[in-house]
Design a protein around this ligand. Structure first.
Ligand code: MV4
Length: 597
C-alpha cells in the first residue's frame, strides 16, 4: 500500500480523506492557502505545506501541487471533489511525475468531460439517454429541425458543461437563436469549448444518481442510488438514500445500466451515473468521475468506505467486496449545512463562527473542517458541515435528522439549518414527492411564511466607509432583491446612503451562491453606459449613430465568469462606442454613450 498520500483539497473532504488514510496506516500530506492555515485539514495531517499564490487560485495550481507531492515523498494524490478532481491534464501530469492520481484514467475523465461523448458511450452500452443529438449542433436551422422532431421545450447544453452551466431552455422557435449563441458563448468562456448539443427538455425530473466502483481487475459494482432532487439553482441541499417511492424494477434497471456504462468505459475508481427520473422512466444525464459530496449517505446504508476503496483501487487492489456482499440497510439523509441565509435568498454569510456545537448520537455523522472560533473564508464554497443521519426506515431517519438539526448550534453566521428543518416538516417531502424544481417552485413561500419562527442570525456585515467626506451619511439597508439575467437569478444587496433625507448614492453588490456575480449598469442620467465591475465586452449589438429603444440589447458583458445582457435604460441614439468586442475593461469604464434623439 502507499506510505504517503497528498490531499489536493481543503475543508471537510480533506478531513474525510485524512480519516481514511489514518485508518489505512498511510501518512497524510495536506496543502493549504494562506488563509486556510487554521483549517482542521491542516491540523489533522501528518505534514502540511503552504501554497504560494492567491487563495482563490492555489488549489487549482497543479504544477505547484505536484512539486509539493514530490518534495514530501507522497506516492499518490487524492483530489477530493471540485478543484482538480475532474481535470484530465492534471491526472496526466501526475502520471508523468510518477505520482498515482486517485481517480479514473485521464482518458476516461476527458471523455466524460464531453457530454456529447458520454451520451455516445452510454447509448452504445444500451443505457437510455435523454432523446436528443449524439453529435454537436452548430446551426439555428438544425435546432429548428430538432424542435419539429422532438417538440418543445428543448435544452441546448454546452458539451463541456455540467451542473447547470451552459444550459439554455428553448420553449419556442423564436428563442433558438439567442439560446444557441448563449450556450455556445458560455461553453467557450467557462469550459474552453463552444460545442453544444440538444436534448428534449424534460420538465420536473427527479435527480437520481447511482454510485459505482470499478477496479483495475475489471470488476464493477454499484452501491445503489441517491436522490438529490432537493436543490436550488443546481446546488444540492439535501440528499437521501435510498430514494423514496422508486420501484425495485426501476432501480434494478438503473443499477444494470450504470454497471454496463461503467464497464463500457473501463471505469477504475469511484464514480456516479446521474439520471433524470420520471415515474418508471429514467434517462442518463452525466457521469461524475470523482468522489461526490454526498458519498456518506451511501456509506451509511452499505457500510462500505468509498474513499478507502478508491485508494485501494488506485494502488491496484481489487474492490474489497462482491456485489452479492452488499445490501441496503436502512435509510440515510445528508443535510448540507452552508453558511448561507435561507431567508435571504441563500445569500452567502461569511464571518466568524462564535459558537459551534455538533449534534452527537449513535446515528449521527458530521463531516466538517470547522470549529468554534473558525473564520469562514469567502474564497471557497460555503459548505460548513455535512450532517448525515441514519435510521432503519425513512421515517426514523427524518425524525432523527430533525433532532440532530435542533442540536446543531452554530452562532455568528447564518446557516441553512432552518431550511432543512422546514423541508423535513414539509408534506411533499415527507411523502417523498419532490422533484428538482420543488425548492425553487413550491418551497420559496414556506421560507417566507416561516422566517419569523427562527431567531435572526447575528449579521456578519462589515460597515463600508462613508463615501462622502464631512457629511452625515446614514446607511439604509442593505435590502435584497432577486434579479434575473439570462435565466439565472442573482441576489442583489442594495444599500442606500442617505444624507438628511436625500439619497446620495446607491451601493449595489451582487451575489449568487457559488454562481459568480455580474453587474454592469447604465447610468440613466448622463447616458453613459458603464461597466460596474472589471470584465470583458463579449459582443456589441449596436453601432454608432444607431437609434435604440428602451430595453434594447446594447452589448453582452462578462464579469466574474458570468454573462449579462446590457440593455438600454432609455431610448436614444448611440453617440459614442468606446470599447471593442473582446476588450477587457476596468470597473467604472464608460462603454458607450447614449444621446437623446
Ligand atoms: C436537463 C433537465 C431536463 N431535461 N436536461 C441541470 C444540471 C445539469 N447537470 C443537467 N440539468 C438538467 N438537465 C434535460 N434534457 C433538467 C436539469 C435540471 C436538473 C438536473 C439535475 C438536478 C437538478 C436539476 C435542476 C434543474 C434542472
Amino acid at each position: 500500500m502507499f506510505e504517503k498520500v497528498l490531499i489536493a483539497n481543503r475543508g471537510e473532504i480533506a478531513v474525510r480523506i485524512i480519516s481514511a488514510l489514518r485508518e489505512m496506516g498511510i501518512k497524510a500530506v495536506s496543502i493549504y492557502s494562506t488563509p486556510d492555515k487554521p483549517s482542521r485539514h491542516v491540523q489533522l495531517a501528518d505534514e502540511s505545506y503552504e501554497l504560494t499564490g492567491p487563495p482563490n487560485k492555489v488549489y487549482l495550481d497543479g504544477s505547484q501541487i505536484i512539486e509539493i507531492a514530490k518534495k514530501s515523498g507522497a506516492e499518490a494524490i487524492h483530489p477530493g471533489y471540485g478543484f482538480l478532481a475532474e481535470n484530465a491534464e492534471f491526472a496526466e501530469a501526475c502520471a508523468k511525475a510518477g505520482i498515482t492520481f486517485i481517480g479514473p484514467k485521464p482518458d476516461v475523465i476527458r471523455r466524460m468531460g464531453s457530454k456529447v461523448e458520454s451520451r455516445r458511450v452510454m447509448e452504445a452500452a444500451g443505457v437510455p439517454v435523454v432523446p436528443g443529438t449524439l453529435n454537436p449542433v452548430t446551426s439555428v436551422e438544425a435546432v429548428k429541425e430538432l424542435g419539429v422532431q422532438y417538440g418543445y421545450p428543448l435544452a441546448i447544453k454546452a458539451s463541456a458543461g455540467g451542473g447547470g452551466r451552459g444550459l439554455r431552455v428553448v420553449r419556442k422557435e423564436e428563442e433558438i437563436e439567442s439560446a444557441l449563441s448563449g450556450a455556445q458563448r458560455e461553453g467557450s468562456s467557462y469550459f474552453g469549448s463552444g460545442e453544444v448539443y440538444v436534448e428534449k427538455y424534460l420538465d420536473k425530473p427527479r435527480h437520481i444518481e447511482i454510485q459505482i466502483l470499478g477496479d483495475t481487475k475489471g470488476n464493477v459494482v454499484h452501491l445503489f442510488e441517491r436522490d438529490c432532487s432537493s436543490q436550488r439553482r443546481h446546488q444540492k441541499l439535501l440528499e437521501e438514500s435510498p430514494g423514496a417511492n422508486l420501484s425495485p424494477a426501476l432501480k434494478q434497471k438503473m443499477f444494470d445500466a450504470a454497471i454496463a456504462g461503467a464497464k463500457a468505459l473501463g471505469y477504475t475508481s469511484a464514480g456516479t451515473i446521474e439520471c433524470l427520473v420520471f415515474g418508471e422512466e429514467f434517462y442518463f444525464l452525466e457521469v461524475n468521475t470523482r468522489v461526490q459530496v454526498e458519498h456518506p449517505i451511501t456509506e451509511a446504508i452499505t457500510g462500505i468506505d468509498i474513499v478507502k476503496e478508491q485508494i485501494r483501487i488506485a494502488h491496484g487492489e481489487p474492490i474489497s467486496f462482491k456485489q452479492s456482499d452488499v445490501s441496503v440497510r436502512g435509510h440515510a439523509i445528508e443535510c448540507r449545512i452552508n453558511a448561507e441565509d435561507p431567508f435571504k435568498q441563500f445569500m452567502p454569510a461569511p464571518g466568524k463562527i462564535t459558537t459551534w456545537s455538533e449534534p452527537r448520537g449513535a446515528w449521527v455523522r458530521v463531516d466538517s473542517a470547522c470549529y468554534q472560533g473558525y473564520e469562514i473564508q469567502p474564497f471557497y464554497d460555503s459548505l460548513l458541515a455535512k450532517l448525515i443521519v441514519w435510521g432503519r426506515t425513512r421515517e426514523e431517519a427524518i425524525a432523527r435528522t430533525k433532532i440532530a438539526l435542533k442540536d446543531f448550534v452554530i452562532e455568528g453566521v447564518a446557516t441553512t439549518v432552518p431550511f432543512h428543518l422546514l423541508l423535513l416538516e414539509d408534506k411533499s417531502f415527507v411523502e417523498g414527492k419532490i422533484d428538482t424544481m420543488f425548492v425553487e417552485r413550491d418551497f420559496k413561500k414556506v421560507l417566507i411564511e416561516k422566517a419569523n419562527e427562527f431567531p435572526k442570525p447575528i449579521p456578519a456585515v462589515k460597515e463600508a466607509a462613508a463615501p462622502v467626506a464631512n457629511a452625515q451619511v446614514k446607511r439604509i439597508g442593505p435590502r435584497n432583491f432577486e434579479v434575473n439575467v439570462n435565466q439565472r437569478s442573482f441576489t442583489v444587496a442594495v444599500t442606500e446612503l442617505v444624507e438628511g433625507k436625500e439619497p446620495v448614492a446607491q451601493q449595489a453588490s451582487v451575489s449568487a451562491p457559488k454562481a459568480p456575480a455580474v453587474k454592469a449598469e447604465n447610468n440613466g442620467h448622463s447616458g453613459d453606459v458603464k461597466a460596474e465591475m472589471h470584465g470583458l465586452v463579449k459582443e456589441l449589438h449596436v453601432k454608432e449613430g444607431q437609434e435604440v429603444s428602451i430595453g434594447q440589447k446594447l452589448l453582452i458583458f462578462e464579469a466574474m465568469k458570468m454573462e449579462s445582457e446590457i440593455l438600454a435604460k432609455k431610448a436614444g441614439i448611440v453617440k459614442n462606442i468606446k470599447v471593442k468586442a473582446g476588450e477587457t475593461v476596468e470597473s467604472a469604464t464608460v462603454l458607450l454613450v447614449l444621446g437623446d434623439k
